[in-house]
Design a protein around this ligand. Structure first.
Ligand SMILES: [Zn+2]
Ligand SMILES: [Zn+2]
Length: 113
């Protein structure tokens, strides 16, 4: 693990999705603005009707914010650089998470097992 920037950069967890109001760990209601397509990492509203991705769940944070925190891509407390994430990071459709460009799973120390 890389040293995280102060956890105070993170927005406090929201107990319910700001759009569809489901709780943490619950699947978003179909048509929710916040839900992501787990095949592409982008807004679920934009995914193909034929997309077979599983339901996305509300995590307590805006999608992508955790990744921005992890990569250090924050403008400031509670302000993740989501544009940078969408334009430079790669969505892993299997792990359902963003990976940093370049060296993939990115700490400098040998993680190869
Ligand atoms: Zn939702
Ligand atoms: Zn999808």
């Amino acid at each position: 693990m890389t040293a995280r920037p102060a956890d105070t950069d993170a927005t406090p967890l929201e107990s319910a999705c700001p759009d569809c109001r489901v709780g943490i760990g619950e699947a978003h209601v179909e048509g929710c603005d916040v839900a992501r397509c787990l095949a592409t990492g982008r807004q679920r509203l934009g995914h193909a009707a034929s997309c077979r991705c599983p339901q996305d769940t509300w995590t307590g944070r805006w999608p992508g914010e955790d990744a921005c925190l992890e990569f250090g891509w924050m403008f400031g407390p509670g302000l993740p650089d989501l544009t940078r994430l969408l334009t430079t990071a790669t969505w892993d459709p299997v792990a359902h998470r963003w990976t940093r460009p370049g060296n993939g799973i990115g700490t400098a120390e040998g993680e190869a097992s």
